[in-house]
Ligand binder design. Structure first.
Ligand SMILES: Cc1ncc(COP(=O)(O)O)c(C=O)c1O
Length: 335
């Protein structure tokens, strides 16, 4: 089975991470450093900020929930379709959720009136559409709304060469109302180990940190994070694979059938709409051929006919395209 439903780097985990994990295994008898001191210092150096601005968690999902508990908003705004955990974390703290629907396909993102929202969740690039927030408009919006916390989830940004231009981490000294969420599970393929971090101005970072249970980030995850950050070559190889494969996959899939409409994606996954067919049905047909894709019909703002497909290695992507071609030819070029 080849899994295109999870958006994890297919080149990982880095070899050095696996080596360190083997070496660290005997250490699991001892408690981890609850403050993740060394990893926080390394991340701070990497982003050129102070260690006190970093909060490390058991995957970025833990941080999304910690932010909701720290800020306790009565009302939040989301830009749909987007990652569902913002909704769940908000409901957990009893918030009302106001959904702003992105423009129609290709789902351009633009600042919106958040009404009475006391927190805004944004995803950049957005899951599942792969769209980026326009950087200047996003910064101007945040500047004009200094009283509202903006939580910007950059889980997939490290795949992009243009990471620096789009990341809000370098702007945090000007934006005390921003929390940036980063995941190490996507870019370094540590989804089963769990590692993520939030970055914010020190007072906000402290209040998020106070919501994380002690020893939440285990010894192996901390060691893996350090090894991953030291492997600059892995990040370069990933970005090289990403830009080459993004382009090749887009070209192939775009020309496949007038029945398939691809949302132009800047991320390591694509939202695909089947113009006249069902995504549940297509996902089932592909599963019978050993290919798993994400039926995206349950995202707010999407409907049956939407699939999300992750970018994988060239041979895997070629296999998916070949199966789609064969399905299309069996069905007279429509789905
Ligand atoms: C946009 C986004 N943010 C965060 C996460 C959570 O990642 P993790 O908790 O593994 O760091 C995901 C997982 O799918 C995601 O899509």
């Amino acid at each position: 089975v080849t899994d295109f439903s999870i958006n994890v780097n297919p080149l990982g985990p880095p070899d050095e991470v696996l080596r360190i994990l083997r070496a660290e295994l005997p250490g699991i008898a001892r408690y981890p450093d609850s403050d993740c001191t060394v990893l926080a210092a390394r991340l701070a150096a990497y982003h050129e900020i102070a260690p006190g601005q970093i909060v490390i968690g058991n995957g970025s999902t833990e941080l999304i929930y910690a932010v909701a508990r720290a800020c306790r908003p009565r009302k939040v705004a989301t830009a749909e379709p987007t990652f569902t955990e913002y909704l769940r974390a908000s409901l957990h703290v009893g918030a009302d959720v106001e959904h702003w629907l992105a423009e129609p396909p290709p789902y351009d993102l633009e600042p919106f009136d958040p009404g009475k929202a006391e927190l805004i969740w944004l995803c950049n690039p957005n899951n599942p559409t792969g769209r980026l927030w326009p950087p200047a408009a996003l910064r101007a919006w945040i500047r004009n709304r200094p009283a509202i916390p903006f939580v910007v989830d950059e889980a997939f940004l490290p795949f992009l060469d243009e990471e620096r231009e789009h990341s809000l981490i370098p702007d945090l000294s000007r934006f005390p109302n921003v929390v940036v969420i980063r995941s190490m599970t996507k870019i370094y393929a540590l989804a089963g180990l769990r590692l993520g971090y939030a970055v914010a101005a020190p007072p906000l970072a402290d209040s998020i940190r106070s919501q994380i249970p002690p020893w939440s980030v285990n010894r192996l995850a901390q060691a893996a994070g350090l090894a991953a950050l030291a492997d600059h070559d892995f990040l370069q190889r990933t970005r090289h694979w990403f830009s080459a494969e993004r382009k090749a996959f887009d070209e192939e899939l775009n020309g496949l059938s007038p029945d398939l409409e691809m949302v132009p994606s800047k991320a390591n996954f694509s939202l695909v709409r089947i113009r006249s067919g069902s995504s549940v049905w297509l996902a089932q047909l592909l599963a019978e051929r050993g290919i798993i894709v994400r039926d995206a019909s349950n995202f707010i703002g999407l409907s049956d006919g939407h699939l999300r497909v992750a970018l994988r290695t060239a041979p895997d992507n070629e296999r998916l395209l070949a199966e789609l071609r064969s399905l299309l030819s069996e069905r007279g070029q429509s789905l």
